[in-house]
Every structure is written in C-alpha cells, then in structure tokens.
Design a protein around this ligand. Structure first.
Ligand SMILES: Cc1ncc(COP(=O)(O)O)c(C=O)c1O
Length: 369
C-alpha cells in the first residue's frame, strides 16, 4: 500500500482554515451541528473499550432502516472513510480487478488504486446527464471483476439511480457471484425516490454510510458498514479490530441519542436542503457562462464553465478564492477538468449560499478575456 495525500483533503476548508473563508461552498454535508444544540446526556459514561461491533442499541436503530437488516448486519466504523478502507482492504488484493464509477469520492478510487488493484473505470458523463446505464455497466464486468463500486446519490454530481435499476444491478452482481460496494452516504438526502439501504437487498451487497453528511456530524466520526453475509462481517470485524478495535464510546453515545430523534432532525434538515436547492436552481437558470446537470439527491452538484464562455478558468479560481474568499471544490479534486466545480449547497446558511453564488457570477465575469 502506498499512501499519498489527496488534493480533496490537502485543500479542504478545514485544512485551509474556516476563518480564512468568507463563503464556504466546498462542503459535501449539511451545516455542522453544534454540541450544545443536541441536548445530550453523557453522565455516567464509562470510558471503556466499546462493543467491537459497535453499541448494540445504536446498531439496532441503524438496522431498522432496512426491512431485512438485523443489528448483526451493522458494523460501526470511524466515519464512512474507515468503512471504505475496511471494505477495500478486506475484499481486494494487489492485482484484483474492480469496476468503479468515475468520477467519485476520491477514497473510493484512491485506496484500491494504491493497493495495486487493476482499476476499470465506468465513466459518468455530463452529456448523458451523469446517468448510470446498468446495461452499459454490465458489459464492462469481466470474469476477473471482483467488485463493482459506486456512490449514490453520487458525489460529486448528485445523480441517482432508480430503485428498479438498483434491483437490476443487485441481480447482476448476484448472477456473477461478485460483490457490490454501495456508498450511500447521502441516501437520506434525495429529491427523487429514496432507496432502501442497498445491503438490505442481497448478501452480495455492502452498504457504507455515516452521520457526517445528512446529519452534519462529521466531528464524531461515526459511520458503518451494512452487510448480510455473516462470514464477510467477521472479516470486516477483524479488520476493524486491527485498525482501531472499537469506536469511541463518546461518539457512539452521542450518535445513539441523536438518532433516537432521527425523524425530527430529518424534517429540519430536509427543509434546509430544499430551500438551498431552490436557491441554487434559480441561480443556475440565470447563468450564461455555466451549465449543469440538475442533481437528484445529496447536497452537492457539479456544474461546469461553458467551454465557449471566454472565461479563463485559472483566473476565475484566483479571483474567487483571493478576492471573494469563496471556496468551491475544483474539478481536480475529482480528477476532472477544472472547468467543473463541485458546489456544496447544503452546508452554508441561506445568506452565505446567496453571497457565494453571487461571487461565482462576479468572478466569472472578471475572468473573461
Ligand atoms: C461519498 C462519500 N463517502 C464517504 C465519505 C467519508 O465521510 P465520513 O468519513 O466523514 O463519513 C465522504 C466524505 O466526503 C463522501 O462524500
């Protein structure tokens, strides 16, 4: 395994310093929660190692999301990031072949690539509305393919697959006797039909998710793996034990108390995303230098500067970042052309989003030849 830092982490707002940014449109979550607002009771908590699978009552709440899921099908991890690492390193070895959707959240590509796996990329394109064509994907699966890996709602574009397509995909991996890694970290933020946890559909599917994105709690680093294959879960548990043994009991207790009031939180969060989505949709409809594929879920989108706009892309970013102190996720975070930028519209408050979008319009204008 070769580690190298990824641009999306090196250049992340938290590494640059939140205080140096006036308008933060670079995040892929809703607004970060404030501990004081969570009404927690942590008294009497013993700071011991926790259950290695994770706090049972918390796993019970998470399992209740899927009809056929049981608490034993849930393994708590340190964010979805650790879940993805555990899955990759448990299922793959150097030289193993996988088919991964591109672009993608960087870790979904970087970990298997640095492990020395044979990477096949299934490209989602702007021209095809970032739609995942299951038939075309099926044609790319070879006898050597061990894993198909995708993210839905998709990061960075916010595109989704329909339930019927998910079911076809699941049938496909079952028929081939391979696994599907389904990163559903944005599952509960969807404007289209909300999908069930993909792992509830088949023991061949591994779902990954966390409290970081929909719930805005990345600071407690609470994620999970869902899988109905008990043997595989033992392997994932062995990996977890070798990396961090158990989760922080403090994080688990906060997550448990938070998720007990999940419906209440979701109502508030969805209203906020919807409001901000309407703002960015209105703004996009007024832009002549930008084009996008309207997202169907999540809280990010991936618009691009039109090639014929006359905008000097590098000048645009310089002006946006230095004059306006406004941050977006530039295309290179996703190994894509820098004409693309990921805009996170769920994190900022309404006023910050409106100001940030105005700054993008003004920087585009100022960066014209
Ligand atoms: C699709 C996706 N998966 C996983 C992660 C990792 O998130 P965390 O480890 O905070 O749960 C991210 C973070 O941006 C993401 O966008």
């Amino acid at each position: 395994m070769h580690y190298r830092r990824m641009p999306i982490e090196v250049e992340s707002p938290e590494q640059f310093g939140y205080d140096n940014i006036a308008c933060n449109l670079a995040e892929s979550s809703v607004t970060d929660g404030l501990l004081d607002d969570l009404d927690l009771d942590l008294k009497g908590l013993v700071l011991a190692y926790g259950d290695h699978f994770g706090k049972p009552e918390l796993r019970q709440i998470i399992a209740a999301d899927g009809d056929s899921l049981r608490p034993d099908d849930v393994l708590l991890t340190v964010g979805a990031a650790a879940a993805l690492f555990i899955v990759s390193t448990s299922l793959l070895n150097a030289g193993d072949r996988l088919l991964v959707v591109f672009p993608n959240y960087a870790t979904n590509i970087e970990t298997p690539r640095q492990m020395g796996c044979e990477m096949d990329y299934f490209r989602l394109t702007f021209e095809q509305g970032y739609r995942l064509d299951v038939d075309a994907l099926a044609e790319r699966i070879t006898p050597a393919t061990r894993l198909v890996s995708l993210t839905c709602p998709h990061n960075p574009t916010g595109s989704m697959i329909a339930r019927r397509d998910l079911e076809r995909l699941v049938a496909l991996v079952e028929a081939r006797g391979i696994r599907l890694l389904f990163d559903e970290t944005y599952r509960e933020m969807s404007f289209a039909e909300e999908l069930p946890p993909a792992a509830s559909l088949s023991p061949n599917v591994i779902s990954v998710s966390s409290l970081s994105k929909t719930y805005g709690l990345p600071g407690i680093r609470m994620g999970w793996i869902l899988c109905r294959d008990p043997n595989l879960m033992q392997t994932f548990l062995a990996a977890k034990e070798q990396i961090f043994i158990s989760n922080s009991v403090v994080d688990e207790k906060i997550a448990y108390q938070y998720l007990r009031r999940k419906a209440e939180h979701l109502g508030r969060i969805r209203a906020h995303i919807r409001q901000n989505f309407d703002i960015i949709r209105q703004w996009m409809s007024e832009q002549s230098d930008m084009e996008w594929v309207e997202p169907q879920g999540g809280c990010v989108c991936f618009p691009r500067i039109r090639p014929d706009s006359g905008v000097d892309v590098e000048r645009f970013y310089t002006i946006l970042n230095t004059v306006y102190k406004t941050w977006t996720g530039p295309g290179h975070w996703f190994e894509s052309d820098r004409r693309h930028m990921r805009i996170g519209y769920g994190w900022p408050k309404r006023e910050e989003l409106e100001a940030g979008l105005r700054h993008i319009s003004e920087a585009l204008l100022a960066a014209k030849d």
